[in-house]
Design a protein around this ligand. Structure first.
Ligand code: NAD
Length: 261
């Protein structure tokens, strides 16, 4: 229980990687502010399950990560209801694929808002609290697409490269404050965000989902296996540990070799 007494906000934690991170942090004793969309009864069940299984306080904020005022409200609620903000995991994200000339401007704006600007707004609200306590961990969930590009992902690749840049600035600015800021750059992780891309490609090409799943890995990852949300959670826990106190301002890949080549 290395994180007992710490309070963690995990944005976009009602599903996929964020949920895996919230569960892993809770298993280490951190109190959790969940966030994200979904049916109210399912979210309440998640909240109760995590709290019951790990014996920690778990709250939920419905803040929309495209709305700066709601982001500030979520950070304040964590501080007021859970007694602090020690760990901020900026994870909420969306995807849309099209060539640049066909990319709807509204989709560009939404992806930049949720995948990049939300992290800025959450950091702006959380950093003063972390600095006051002399300890903090900011973990930005970027992507292999924060380091390299793929076609048809203009907004996503731009946002994730931006998130890596924002992380570097925070690492330097916060260097002697007890607060670190790092980015995690996963390759493929089987979550609803990726399953949709697999289903879409299978339907478009008239192929089986298993075929497309293998093809997706083979296209990008020398290691032909997915990382799991729990593995991203374990890396987050490591970044929150005292052993990681001098790791700051870096993108850490967990991508089966995707960006090694
Ligand atoms: P997911 O679709 O399973 O989860 C996304 C979460 O974000 C959900 O909880 C959703 O409700 C929430 N969300 C979406 N829009 C929101 C908004 N406006 N306000 C608040 N919450 C919102 O996706 P995932 O695959 O778990 O992705 C999580 C993060 O990991 C994203 O930033 C994604 O870019 C990144 N990532 C995913 C992969 C992958 O292969 N799955 C790889 C690299 C990076």
């Amino acid at each position: 229980m290395s994180l007992k007494g710490r309070v963690a906000i995990v944005t976009g934690s009602t599903s996929g990687i964020g949920l895996g991170i919230a569960q892993t942090l809770a298993a280490e004793g951190a109190a959790i502010m969940l966030n994200g969309f979904g049916p109210a009864d399912e979210i309440e069940k998640l909240r109760k399950d995590i709290a019951g299984k790990h014996g920690v306080e778990v709250r939920y904020s419905a803040a929309d990560m495209s709305k700066p005022a709601e982001i500030a409200g979520m950070v304040k609620a964590a501080h007021d209801e859970l007694g602090g903000v020690h760990i901020l995991v900026n994870n909420a994200g969306i995807q849309f694929t099209a060539n640049i000339e066909d990319f709807p401007a509204a989709k560009w704006d939404a992806i930049i808002a949720i995948n990049l600007s939300a992290a800025f707004h959450a950091m702006q609200a959380a950093i003063p609290i972390m600095k006051e306590g002399g300890w903090g961990r900011i973990v930005n969930i970027a992507s292999a697409h924060g380091l390299v590009a793929s076609p048809q992902k203009a907004a996503y690749v731009a946002a994730k490269h931006g998130l890596v840049g924002l992380t570097k600035v925070a690492g330097i600015e916060l260097a002697n404050s007890g607060v670190t800021a790092n980015a995690i750059c996963p390759g493929w992780v089987p979550t609803p965000l990726v399953e949709k891309q697999i289903d879409d490609r299978a339907a478009k090409d008239g192929r089986t989902v298993d075929d497309v799943r293998h093809e997706l890995l083979a296209e990008k990852q020398p290691m032909l296996q997915f990382s799991t949300p729990e593995e991203i959670g374990a890396l987050t826990v490591f970044l929150c540990s005292d052993s990681a106190k001098t790791i700051t301002g870096v993108p850490l890949s967990i991508d089966g070799g995707w960006t090694a080549g």
